[in-house]
Design a protein around this ligand. Structure first.
Ligand code: ZN
Length: 95
């Protein structure tokens, strides 16, 4: 049986790729290499887990940001006005 070696990643490489790895932006082969490394290397696993924890924290904080009701209303009002004026322009050109 032939064993295909896919090269071992160094800690530095894994840490450089950590963000792309977490965001699932790596090629399958690279993802497997990173997984293989963090399976063996406790430090890199901790590094990646910490990054995941931070990303989740940022994501949930942003999601919970409260947009004031008045701002939300203003934005919708602007969108509605813009839409109406564009519709008026369109009708004037057509008829
Ligand atoms: Zn490592």
């Amino acid at each position: 049986m032939k064993v295909i070696s896919i090269g071992r990643f160094e800690c530095r490489e894994v840490r450089d790729l950590a963000d792309a790895f977490i965001d699932n932006e790596l090629l399958v082969e690279t993802t497997l290499q990173v997984l293989g490394h963090i399976d063996r290397c406790r430090d890199c696993r901790a590094f990646v887990e910490e990054k995941i924890r931070l990303k989740r924290l940022v994501y949930t904080s942003v999601k919970q940001l409260d947009v004031p009701e008045t701002l939300r209303g203003n934005v919708w009002e602007q969108i509605r006005k813009k839409g109406e004026s564009q519709w008026r322009d369109y009708r004037e050109r057509m008829y």
